[in-house]
Design a protein around this ligand. Sequence first.
Ligand SMILES: [Zn+2]
Length: 472
Amino acid sequence: MPGSPAPADKSTAQPGVQRCINSSCGATFGLRERIYVCARCGETLEIDCGVNARVDGRALRDQWASRPARRAGSKAPRETSGVWRYLELLPFEPDAPFITLFEGNTPLFDAPRSAEYCGLRALRLKHQGYNPTGSFKDTGMAAAMTQAVISGARTAVCASTGNTAASLAAYAARAGLRAAILLPRGQVSSSKLAQSLDYGALVLEIEGNFDACMRLVQQIGDEPSVYVANSINPFRVEGQKTVAFEIMEQCNWCLPDHIVVPGGNMGNSTALGKGFQELLVLGLIDCLPKLSVIQAEGAAPLARLFANLDGKGRGRGEHLPEKLDPVENPQTLASAIKIGAPISWKKSLSTVLRSGGQVISVSEHEIADAKAMIGRDSIGCEPASATTVAGVRKLVAAGQIHRDDGVIAVLTGHALKDPDYMIRYHDGTLSFALDAKEASGPLRPLGGAFRNAPRRVAANKADILSSLERRQ
Ligand SMILES: [Zn+2]
């Protein structure tokens, strides 16, 4: 058919195997095997799509360039989805039952005010909150739900701090699967909870935190009809890695020096790192951008581990620590990254080290002000996303990022994911107890540098005009 994309070249990369990330194990499993960790050693799995130097990267790049990001009127997933347009590097056959809600194809914004705030000449923000359910989870969920259908599952489950739940609920509904979601009761923003309910998911509120929900999901995963869609799921990483390809196309293949992402369960940094690594193997980039992960101070187990790595550990990521000390009671108002035992920490750390990036943490104050600054750039995001701009500012101050460097920060969720946070920041009632022991005691107010509270005004023209003058 004229105008259709060329079929995938079978000599390229598809479809692949699931491989244990433990190099001393290296067990491989077929793509159809419904396992989430290595059956031999229990370590996490990643998918090897056979990306190697024999694949013609330039031909692939030209093929993507000839495929419009979004063809008007088309219903073909490869012409409408920012995930499926990169099928050549994904572990799916061309006739797979692709699940899509038009994910991906998200904007890369210039953010001049945030750049100045950080001490940079320029800063770009890749906004994954422009996905169908308002968060970066959608690109991975398109791939995971497609795999769930292929595997014959009837129910998809996940533990979530909110965004994964909303995404799973939407994509499971689109795939004709039941969705069951385990949430920590009272710890999820009402907007995210509302989304999951609206998409028809069974929402199960658990007494406990996210990490407790995660342990329960791993137990439920033994059931034959159940498909686990948490970030441990290697197919989600495959969907999310396409963001690296999309960034490079948007940069016209001019490599940024730094990519900065928030750190929660660490699936996002893992996926971006894998995407860039594959582009490197294909010869489409000459080196990796430095990938840095920013955590909230009260939920920063990886930043703590990173700070204690010796020179040998930091080298090339070849001597990774065996264990991560979890944070028992993670505390942050950035609920999307309120995770004390990130499941993909090892993959993420190895990716960061290989790229020469950093893992640091930022305070609640820094997150809140950075978020307001992103808002001043007409962009907006949820609190977790703002760790990136707060982190960039800190890395610039520390001399790790230079004023003229090319920097892209990845925003992971839409501003309307947590409107309550914004209202409280601007009216001056945002407060926080960093110490878990203090959580039930008095809260410390987070005074914002960029507060913009609503003002009462009398219902007449003269008072309104005088308010406008005062504002100037
Ligand atoms: Zn293994």
